[in-house]
Design a protein around this ligand. Structure first.
Ligand code: BES
Ligand code: MN
Ligand code: ZN
Length: 494
């Protein structure tokens, strides 16, 4: 899909389809009002006749309005003008896209980014348009014998009221399209089954991205032997029971001189979490193929950066393994020595995410990072606490936590902070190692964060627990692409 922005009189545009909004409370959005005037009140008359009231979800497709060059005008209900929040706006964009799909429109001029959306400037409104339309296009069919009928809106032009807004929208469209494409890659990798998406497969994806964006990205994949040399015995212990080799994947985005400290992203890449010897119950275990969604988030963010080329350096690190039970698997009670030198008692091999992350977090200290954010489907307890609305956020830096919270609000990809107080650290005491890998049944999300905090003392660090937000369950089962928008917001605007 290709995007562009225009500011012009709506009636002057020769397009197969012009999309305008209509409010429930009689006032027409400015561009709709203009169309109404030149068309002899064609739209106002439909409202008076009761054909459309403007409620969100309603629409009318009109042909050949007098005085209007567009072949069709699609009028989309936008609800009450004063209630138009960014979330509602995204719902309206979704409705709009569905109607365009229903009528197989390949080209459209969309005036919805000209709507007055609460706390959104033209750039943001355009960004959300592109992000929504790009992500709506994605449908998983890689391992289906029948491929979905593709609907492609080839050309989408955002219509704005002024030249200034049009220019802002241009940059917003680029940002939103790049974020949308990043999310779609994150979703695709998340959705792929565990027998395809292995640690080796994720490594190949990283190398491929680096090849595709040679000037911006470089990648390397550390083998098990290389990790052993570095002392990453905690990470390696997770893959002990698996036939698949573990991997540490490093992707570097270079957008500023090497002297500039990088922002580092660390993704949990468990390509299947069986629970290991502490095997998980059968029901829903298939969903543990999504346990690499943190890694997939990193792989979605990096090409989006390569496209947008912000002036900064970003390093993405993925700690990847498959967790399986077998005669060689790590057992409850085993003690492993992490790269940091801290011995860890593995009370349960099912708390494996923190075991791979801790070594990756120790590894990234070599970058003298500006900040480090890890992204992980870490605890079922986080789903209990926050559901699928917000990702869990924990940090050793109040300012970073606040920034990430704001980024979540602004990008419609919410996160909510939980505390990492010393009282919780107590729960990780072990008689047989410096630290245990679980902290008992209470505050499971926090004690997981506390565990990671033992390996992040030397830099500004935040942890995103995406167990509840990375994928949907039920008949909508599939990866969501979160928290790519939140991280892109942080990287591009903070
Ligand atoms: N990958 C899981 C967390 C998870 C579970 C995410 C369900 C999404 C849905 C993680 O490796 C895990 O098994 N965590 C355990 C930790 C516990 C053993 C302390 C959990 O949450 O039960
Ligand atoms: Mn687990
Ligand atoms: Zn896991």
């Amino acid at each position: 899909m290709s995007f562009s922005a225009k500011s012009a009189r709506p009636e002057s545009l020769a397009t197969p389809c012009l999309v305008v909004g209509i409010f429930e409370d009689r006032v027409l959005p400015a561009l709709t009002e203009r169309l109404d005037e030149v068309s002899n009140k064609a739209i106002g008359k439909l409202v008076e006749a009761g054909d459309i009231s403007g409620k969100s979800g309603e629409y009318l497709l009109l042909h050949k309005l007098p005085g209007v060059r567009a072949q069709r005008v699609l009028v989309v209900g936008c609800g009450k003008a004063k209630d138009l929040t960014a979330k509602k706006y995204c719902g309206i964009l979704t409705n709009c896209w569905k109607v365009l799909k229903q009528y197989s429109q390949q080209e459209a001029v969309v005036a919805l980014p000209a709507l007055p959306v609460k706390d959104c400037d033209a750039e943001r409104r355009a960004e959300l348009l592109a992000r929504m339309f790009v992500t709506l296009e994605y449908q998983y069919d890689t391992t289906l014998s029948k491929k979905h009928k593709p609907f492609r809106l080839r050309q989408c032009t955002a219509l704005l009221e002024t030249a200034g807004e049009r220019n802002a929208a241009k940059s917003g469209l680029e940002t939103g399209a790049a974020i949308g494409r990043g999310m779609n890659l994150t979703r695709e990798l998340g959705n792929l089954p565990g027998n395809i998406c292995t640690p080796g497969y994720l490594g190949k994806q990283a190398l491929q991205l680096a090849k595709k964006h040679q000037r911006q990205l470089s990648a390397k994949v550390l083998t098990e032997a290389q990790m052993r040399k570095l002392g990453m015995h905690s990470l390696l212990s997770v893959g002990n029971g698996s036939q698949q080799n573990s991997a540490l994947i490093v992707l570097e985005y270079r957008g500023a001189p090497a002297s500039e400290k990088p922002r580092v992203l660390v993704g949990k890449g468990i390509t299947f979490d069986s629970g290991g010897i502490s095997i998980k119950p059968g029901a829903g275990m298939d969903e543990m193929k999504f346990d690499m969604c943190g890694a997939a988030t990193v792989l979605g963010v990096m090409p989006a950066l390569a496209e947008l080329k912000p002036r900064m350096n970003v390093v993405g690190v993925i700690a990847s393994a498959e967790s399986m039970p077998s005669g060689s698997a790590t057992k409850p009670g085993d003690v492993v020595t992490s790269m940091s030198g801290q011995p860890i008692e593995v009370l349960t091999p099912d708390a494996e995410g923190r075991l791979v992350l801790c070594d990756a977090l120790t590894y990234v200290a070599r970058y003298k990072p500006h900040s480090v954010i890890d992204i992980a489907t870490l605890t079922g307890a986080c789903i209990v606490a926050l559901g699928s609305v917000a990702s869990g956020l924990m940090s050793n830096d109040d300012k970073l936590a606040e920034t990430l919270y704001t980024c979540g609000q602004d990008s419609l990809d919410a996160c909510w902070r939980l505390p990492l107080w010393d009282e919780y650290q107590e729960q990780l005491k072990s008689n047989f190692a410096d630290i245990a890998n679980i902290g008992g049944p209470k505050a499971g999300t926090i004690t997981a964060g506390c565990f990671l905090s033992r390996f992040t003392r030397d830099f500004r660090w935040a942890h995103l627990d995406i167990a509840g937000t990375a994928w949907l369950q039920g008949n909508q089962k599939g990866a969501t692409g979160r928290p790519v928008p939140l991280l892109m917001e942080y990287l591009l605007r903070h």
